[in-house]
Write a protein that binds this ligand. Structure first.
Ligand SMILES: [Zn+2]
Length: 501
């Protein structure tokens, strides 16, 4: 048995001012054939998992390239084509194969390609023909297009958001694929379009219960796998939106019925799944009140949408400007992406005081840059934070303190969202002594900051992330979905009639 595997992934925020080129992939993660580390990355876990299964079970695994770029804006056409064709050439050279298992993200958009993964999968299918198994793992923040489903024999997404189960789901896809190749299964994909877009954190109800119930269905009867495609509201593409995907062992009617049932259940929860997010001025008021009642620990304010993990620059200044204007004194800010300001701090040296302009550079949405007299209190050639077992680079970093205050700001040159308080402690900031910790992340920071904070407050400040889909002027995603339309599936009337009857 011969199985080919590779991974090509990023998440494209088509509203972001940051173009994505090959250097962005190489800077974040790039491993040529056979070079993938034993530890999995978010979207490439099928590669090392399949490698291990091949060793243990004595079949041949042919590895292609694996690469990932930090989420940002539209991918340069040549970059997508080059990376795609590199893997397609590796696949051609590997023929004949019995199966292809890919680690994808599912929200890639390139110049001239609204559906990068659909294009890629169509070319894979053209090379291997109709009888070879093609399987993929996706991030749920993706676009499940008809073109993809038509090319795939089976697929699954991570179920958790934060994506704590990416490895488990990679193993799940690999396992189903291998059982299929051994003739035990005949997978069929069924989908349901919920005609909605929302935020679905599984760290809280009602999504916690929804996902737990869904997990129990897997393995029952002929149901092999259930996934929710959350969709990605920052990708303006024709098939943007929330979908359900069920894989059965050749039971398409049962699969379609279950996908519809789960989809309608989720549809009934629209508008009720996201964490509470308040305007940033209101959020600061709330933080000050909490701080007064419980002064022993800092309050964490999450600048929810200026999140490099969602493709934004991470250099927004609105919340910090308000904290400064209000005279709030003990603040830690982590992080603001500003490679130019970092280079000025390194040039001035540790302990130097200077008038520094930082933040607000990548686009008008980020707010104005901040000009302040600062002292350089920490420098690193390669700053880093932790995220569970992994080490996340900040690139060259500089921590600055605004003179006359205890406002410490970690400036970074490699874009990343805030994951854990090591972002502060590794960069010379005594975060425990602060009143407010200002972080940039939507949800992945939660597990790390919850234990050190008296309260976590999600705030909404302007950014290049389109946070209100009802108001976003989508060019390609259309308008036939909730919240643009109150009841696009027409189920509310049915429910009301049922209740009357
Ligand atoms: Zn995601």
């Amino acid at each position: 048995m011969r199985v080919f595997t590779a991974s090509l992934a990023t998440e494209t925020n088509t509203f972001s001012p940051l173009p994505t080129d090959r250097a962005a992939f190489e800077a974040a993660f790039y491993a040529g054939p056979g070079e993938h580390p034993e530890t999995p990355t978010l979207c490439s876990s099928p590669v090392p998992i399949l490698r291990q299964r091949g060793r243990d079970e004595g079949f041949t695994v042919i590895e292609g390239s694996s690469t990932w770029a930090e989420p940002a804006g539209l991918i340069k056409k040549e970059t997508f084509e080059e990376l795609r064709d590199e893997i397609l050439d590796q696949l051609r050279a590997a023929l004949p194969v019995d199966g292809v298992i890919l680690g994808l993200h599912g929200a890639m958009v390139a110049q001239g390609y609204d559906d990068c993964e659909g294009d890629f999968l169509e070319r894979v299918r053209a090379i291997v023909g109709p009888d070879v198994l093609v399987a993929a793992e996706f991030d749920p923040h993706s676009h499940l297009t008809r073109k993809r489903v038509a090319q795939l024999d089976l697929a699954a997404t991570f179920l958790e958001f934060p994506h704590t189960d990416f490895q488990e789901r990679g193993a799940h896809v690999v396992d189903l694929a291998l059982r299929t190749l051994r003739g035990e299964l005949r997978p069929v994909i069924s989908t349901f379009d919920c005609k909605m877009i929302d935020i679905y954190p599984t760290s809280q109800q009602p999504m916690r219960g929804f996902v737990d119930r869904m997990k129990l269905l897997e393995g029952q009867g002929r149901i092999l796998s259930c996934s929710v495609i959350h969709g990605f509201m920052a990708g303006d593409v024709p098939e943007m939106g929330t979908k359900i995907m069920v894989v059965t062992d050749n039971a398409p009617e049962e699969g379609a019925a279950l996908a519809r049932k789960l989809g309608e259940e989720l549809y009934a929860l629209r508008g009720k799944t996201a964490m509470p997010i308040v305007g940033y001025e209101e959020g600061i008021d709330l933080a000050l009140a909490v701080r007064e009642a419980e002064p022993s620990r800092p309050v964490t304010i999450a600048d929810t949408w200026d999140n490099p993990g969602g493709g934004c620059a991470g250099d927004g200044t609105y919340v910090l400007l308000s904290l400064i204007a209000r005279g709030i004194d003990k603040v830690a800010v982590g992080a603001i992406w500003d490679p130019v300001a970092v280079s000025f701090c390194h040039a001035a040296g540790l302990g130097a005081t200077l008038r520094l302009r930082f933040g607000g550079k990548a686009g008008a949405e980020a707010g104005p840059p901040i000009d302040a007299e600062i002292k350089v209190i920490h420098l690193a050639q390669e700053g880093h934070q932790s995220f569970r077992a992994s080490r996340v680079t900040l690139g060259r970093s500089a921590t600055v303190r605004i003179l006359g205050t205890e406002i410490d700001i970690v400036l970074i040159s490699s874009r990343t969202q805030t994951y854990e308080p090591t972002l502060f402690s590794n960069q010379g900031v005594d975060f425990a002594g602060k009143e407010i910790l200002l972080v940039k992340s939507t949800n992945h920071f939660h597990a790390g900051f919850d234990p050190v904070s008296s309260r976590i407050i999600h705030v909404d400040s302007p950014s290049s992330y389109p946070t209100k889909p009802a108001l976003t002027a989508y060019q390609k995603a259309g308008s036939d979905f909730w919240p643009k339309v109150a009841d696009p599936l027409g189920l509310d009337a049915v429910t009301a009639e049922d209740e009357e009857a």
